[in-house]
Design a protein around this ligand. Structure first.
Ligand code: 0GY
Length: 292
């Protein structure tokens, strides 16, 4: 039984055609629960969302590659993620959730499967709090592999997490634009503080993803566009984009993934910005050996 909306069964073919080699840099695979059970400590139960369905969506939307991000419902069991990465023929990379006691052999196996980062989740409705020193120990464990760190927090929690994020080694990627309160506008204190944080910390990247979670107005998410556009224009060499398919834990409405792709040209208004967002930046981070 899932307790949130199922993903869109029939997304439109987007009007916007992404550039060749485009990367969906934030998406998930879930289950199937009969093979890859969900974590006992999870806060929500998603419906199954298989690797085959993800790869079919990738092709349907005109993308070439995926970055599959471990979500809290699978906890620290990265088996479904590794299985999808291994089945992708090198066209997917992953971000795992691990604890500091993980064996080196297990880390090496995740790396061989295609994992290139770890995710630290601070969202209180999704996880019980993890002490910051635990996250720092995880960061120390993965440095030898050259992995980066993905952080997920709500806008109002930036002051609490900023000192840790600033201390973390290497590149840190912030999920979903740092989850601003869209009703406060781009000039609101929270988003301005986030912009200042990005300006001061050149190793911090950001995903311009999830207008469907941030919007007050609803589709086509025009109230979120000014936030995304500001990030894309000010930090063009450290922004990523992702669908967030299958949109876990969404209760208000389920986005059409094709319509989400159609938001991209509003966020990134030149071909150069779109190429950086969808190809150059994710390739540099996840496939550096192939990046031009
Ligand atoms: C997302 C967003 C959410 C869920 C998770 O790990 C997760 O469970 O990140 C959310 O509920 O906002 O990125 O999928």
């Amino acid at each position: 039984m899932s307790d949130y909306l199922a993903f869109h069964p029939d997304p439109k073919v987007p009007d916007y055609t992404p550039p060749a080699g485009a990367v969906d840099a934030h998406c998930h695979v879930f289950g199937p629960a009969s093979v890859f059970p969900f974590a006992p400590e999870r806060k929500y139960t998603p419906c199954d969302a298989s690797k085959e369905q993800l790869f079919a969506l990738r092709d349907h939307l005109g993308f070439a590659r995926n970055v599959i991000v471990q979500a809290t419902c699978h906890g620290k069991d990265n088996a479904a993620l590794a299985d999808a990465l291994l089945a992708s023929g090198g066209m997917a990379r992953g971000v795992a959730i691990v604890d500091p006691e993980i064996d080196d052999d297990e880390l090496d196996a995740l790396h061989a499967a295609g994992v290139r980062g770890v995710r630290f989740n601070f969202v209180k409705r999704l996880v019980d709090a993890t002490p910051h020193e635990v996250f720092e120990r995880v960061a120390a464990r993965v440095t030898r592999l050259g992995w980066h760190i993905v952080v997920y927090f709500e806008g109002q929690d930036l002051p609490e997490v900023a000192p840790l994020v600033a201390r973390l080694p290497g590149i840190v990627v912030v999920d979903h634009m740092g989850r601003p309160d869209v009703s406060k506008g781009v000039d609101g204190n929270g988003f301005q503080e986030f912009l200042a944080f990005l300006t001061d910390h050149e190793d911090v990247w950001v995903k311009v993803s999830c207008p469907e979670r941030l919007t007050v107005a609803g589709p086509p998410y025009d109230d979120v566009v000014p936030f995304a556009r500001t990030l894309v224009e000010r930090f063009s060499d450290r922004v990523l984009w992702g669908t967030d398919w299958p949109h876990p834990n969404m209760k208000s409405h389920m986005p059409d993934d094709g319509a989400l792709v159609d938001v991209i040209p509003k966020n990134a208004v030149t071909e150069d910005l779109r190429h950086r967002l969808l190809v150059e930046n994710p390739m540099r981070l996840y496939w550096p050996e192939e990046a031009g």
